[in-house]
Design a protein around this ligand. Structure first.
Ligand code: 5GP
Length: 192
């Protein structure tokens, strides 16, 4: 369900860049508007209330701030998947690969086996949903750990890109607080 406050902020401060990139670094992923994050966390809590979430899983770096503030509403810990280029890290980790939307590179993401397991019922959190690679990576890690997934809370879904359909077709409930139908440098952003 859309969060009007976030949509208004995107309209006001979001900057559309070439390559289907929306810059939101003045409030979401460089300078952080923590009061806005609180409203987003409360909305995810309202949407996923009663779903048994006992842990939030996100991916570094931009998801971490959002996940931590959301966790204050859920009263649960946050685990973030670490990006690594080292293939042979010693230790017990779950590992998968993600293709970065913004950089085009493929990198490994890992989570320690100590922090994810079959007793966990996860809410996945991330700032953007575009092609769905980051969220697919988090789903892979959850599956490897035998954890359940209650759903995914996304700040901004670019609805013309395939990620939303990809993830929902895997049976995952995705709640995006702002869904962008289209955007251009000339006309700005249009919401669904
Ligand atoms: P996906 O894996 O779904 O293709 O892309 C999601 C990831 O790419 C997010 O974690 C986010 O960091 C980054 N991303 C995707 N689209 C955008 C965008 O339009 N703007 C920004 N700032 N990041 C994006």
């Amino acid at each position: 369900m859309a969060l009007r406050l976030l949509e208004e902020r995107i309209r006001r401060d979001g900057v559309v860049r070439e390559g289907d990139v929306l810059k939101v670094d003045s409030f979401l992923n460089h300078q952080l508007d923590v009061e806005l994050f609180e409203a987003m966390g409360r909305e995810w809590k309202r949407l996923f209330d009663g779903c048994g979430v006992n842990k939030i899983l996100t991916i570094e770096a931009s998801g971490i701030g959002l996940a931590c503030i959301a966790a204050q509403s859920f009263h649960c810990p946050v685990v973030f998947a670490k990006k690594t280029e080292t293939k042979n890290i010693a230790g017990d980790v779950y590992r998968t690969q993600v293709r970065s939307f913004t950089h085009g590179r493929v990198y490994d993401v890992i989570v320690s086996k100590r922090f994810l397991g079959p007793e966990d019922r996860l809410l996945l959190i991330d700032d953007f949903l575009a092609n769905g690679a980051a969220l697919s990576g988090l789903l892979d890690l959850a599956m490897l750990a035998g954890a359940q997934v209650a759903g995914a809370g996304i700040a901004i879904e670019k609805a013309w890109q395939p990620g939303g359909e990809l993830i929902r077709s895997r049976g995952v409930r995705v709640e995006s607080l702002a869904r962008i139908r289209s955007m251009s440098e000339e006309t700005g952003v249009e919401f669904c």
